[in-house]
Write a protein that binds this ligand. Structure first.
Ligand SMILES: NC(=O)c1ccc[n+]([C@@H]2O[C@H](COP(=O)([O-])OP(=O)(O)OC[C@H]3O[C@@H](n4cnc5c(N)ncnc54)[C@H](OP(=O)(O)O)[C@@H]3O)[C@@H](O)[C@H]2O)c1
Length: 267
């Protein structure tokens, strides 16, 4: 069991009416976790969709993330106030550092302690990080102590299984949230996933999601289609055999999709 509602609904690249309809469709289907970020430029519409859904705020687990150009002490807090105003909520359930400060420009001590202060002030129920390497996770735990960080949100899909990082986070009591679980749609063309899907009367996206769930990870697939939104949720009822898990393990090829020039040196 994860402490974060699973799956969540991802909103990267979604905007305007499409975003609002997609979030509302996800909430109507039963998702209770929505993932946004300052960088996505859609926090205001996410807030509107949450209100328009009519679902009480306390039943929804809402995540946002601080972009790497707002990590300086003082500015980080101001950026979170701006996020909360756009989301039209007094708190988020999870506040993440989106990427570690490029080249350590801002000290990790400074931005993690600012994040903790925001949690203490009630602006975030939980705090965490994203795109942190194993070494950075160790540094973060040294700064804030065990049990402070709820999750490390990182790229995980059948082509980038990230096994060492996942194991390391789990050993340190930090949940892993898998982003881009469908490799941004690529899994749909995969012959192995297609074959396993046929055996389960399912589709390849569902098999990728069932595999992530079986690994004990939280995930946040995104979609603009009501049918995909529903079938991605239904994937959580699929149980894969050990033999099927082993076949999917073979698909790892270290293929990283999110690798901007300010990314850390992956370890
Ligand atoms: N922390 C970070 O740095 C970071 C980085 C990237 C992403 N994220 C988060 O992770 C979330 C997920 O990643 P992502 O959106 O980039 O990629 P993704 O969830 O792997 O894939 C989304 C793509 O898959 C398609 N899709 C979804 N369900 C499908 C289905 N059942 N059948 C066929 N196609 C399907 C969608 O198209 P349709 O609209 O046509 O369904 C969309 O093009 C993001 O939205 C964001 O919240 C975080």
């Amino acid at each position: 069991m994860t402490r974060i509602p699973n799956p969540g609904f991802g909103t990267f690249r979604l905007e305007g009416e499409v975003l609002k309809e997609s979030v509302k469709s996800a909430l109507a289907a039963g998702y209770r976790h929505v993932d946004t970020a300052q960088f996505y430029g859609n926090e205001a519409e996410v807030g509107e969709a949450l209100h328009e859904s009519g679902i009480p705020r306390e039943e929804i687990f809402l995540t946002t993330k601080v972009w790497h150009d707002r990590l300086r002490p003082g500015d980080l807090e101001a950026s979170v106030d701006e996020s909360l105003a756009r989301l039209d909520t007094p708190y988020v359930d999870l506040l993440l550092i989106h990427w570690p400060s490029p080249d350590g420009e801002v000290q990790m001590d400074d931005y993690l302690n600012a994040l903790k202060s925001l949690q203490d002030a009630g602006k975030a129920k939980h705090i965490g990080v994203s795109n942190f390497t194993r070494a950075q996770i160790d540094q973060a735990v040294d700064i804030l102590g065990e049990g402070s960080l709820l999750t490390n949100q990182v790229e995980v899909h059948p082509y980038l299984q990230n096994r060492e990082l996942v194991a390391h986070c789990q050993e340190r009591g930090i949940e892993v949230t898998a982003y881009m679980p469908l490799a941004v749609g690529k899994v749909m063309q995969d012959e192995t996933l297609k074959a396993i899907a046929t055996e389960h009367d399912a589709n390849p996206a569902q098999i990728a999601l069932a595999w992530i769930k079986a690994r004990g990870l939280v995930t946040i697939p995104s979609s603009t289609k009501a049918e995909h939104i529903r079938s991605n949720l239904a994937a959580f009822d699929i149980t894969l055999s050990e033999e099927e898990m082993a076949r999917i393990a073979e698909l790892d090829r270290g293929e990283r999709i999110a690798n901007p020039d300010f990314a850390p040196s992956w370890d």
